[in-house]
Design a protein around this ligand. Structure first.
Ligand SMILES: Nc1ncnc2c1ncn2[C@@H]1O[C@H](COP(=O)(O)OP(=O)(O)O)[C@@H](O)[C@H]1O
Ligand SMILES: [Mg+2]
Length: 261
């Protein structure tokens, strides 16, 4: 196998990048795929959400990107069978500056992942809320595209043109395979007209990219990370769990049978 690599990007914080990465990853693993989550955010939310304490780590993605440590040395297993993690620590906050001094500084993550692509079906990269060098590294490493989570709230599309410009630049200069693999609508509240308006707006803006599956606002999804669990183990019957399970199925259909699009 050769891993399909996706990055999950939106420079807006709090739009459910991390929630989408860890829960989609859990359901892809539950569907029998070998999955790696790569946490590139210094806030380490994906790492803690998967039950790993960044303070107890001897090495993390920082060492891989800045010190060229082989990535195999930082991979950890998670409670979910088939789901591994390349964890982040707060060290990464300083990495942007240190990376700037490296040759081919935009390709460090792509290079680091090469030796392990035959070990996974899917590699999902969780990006920080910025368009800095860490995010550029994720976009450059993504062989099968970028997934953009969009929160169903006022001004949902604001800032997206800057993200799209960045994607276009990366495509031209660093990664000509970079496509938009999908747009995920998150934190949908069926009680508000606003949520429904945003869905319409985003579908108009991205006529082919938006996933049918919409992730509802669900308290269980926000509780699971503090227990170090994915929604699949924390509350598998909750609306949030069912939504991410449906998203995983839609994702697999789209990605593994692309002729159906
Ligand atoms: N569908 C949802 N329902 C309720 N809370 C959510 C949902 N998705 C995400 N959250 C919560 O919203 C906050 C931001 O989500 P997060 O995934 O960390 O966003 P990002 O990675 O884009 O910054 C977190 O506290 C998370 O638990
Ligand atoms: Mg995050």
């Amino acid at each position: 196998m050769t891993a399909r690599i996706y990055c999950f990007a939106n420079q807006k914080g709090g739009v459910a990048k991390t929630t989408t990465v860890v829960n989609l990853a859990a359901y892809l693993a539950a569907a029998g795929r070998r999955v790696l989550v790569v946490d590139t955010d210094p806030q380490s939310n994906a790492t803690t959400s998967l039950g790993v304490n960044p303070r107890e780590l001897n090495a993390s993605l920082y060492d891989v990107l800045v010190e060229q440590m082989p990535i195999q040395q930082v991979l950890t297993v998670t409670d979910q069978l088939g789901l591994d993690l390349a964890p982040a620590t707060t060290d990464l906050a300083g990495a942007e500056l240190e990376l700037a001094r490296h040759m081919a500084r935009e390709r460090l993550l792509a290079r680091a992942l090469k030796p392990i692509t035959d070990q996974y079906h899917y590699i999902l990269i969780d990006e920080p809320p910025s368009l800095g060098l860490l995010t550029i590294n994720g976009l450059t490493a993504a062989t099968h595209g970028v997934v953009i989570p969009v929160q169903c709230e006022y001004l949902a599309l604001e800032g997206l043109s800057l993200l799209l410009e960045t994607i276009q630049q990366v495509r031209e200069v660093l990664n000509d395979r970079l496509v938009i693999a999908g747009v995920v609508l998150t934190m949908y509240d069926s009680r508000t007209n606003l949520s429904q308006q945003v869905v319409q707006e985003v579908r108009q803006f991205f006529p082919n990219e938006v996933f049918q599956t919409i992730i509802p606002r669900n308290i269980r999804l926000s509780e699971a990370p503090s227990h170090g669990q994915t929604i699949l183990s924390y509350a598998p019957g909750s609306p949030g769990a069912l939504a991410y399970q449906a998203l995983a199925h839609e994702f697999l259909t789209r990605q593994e049978e692309p002729q159906q699009r």
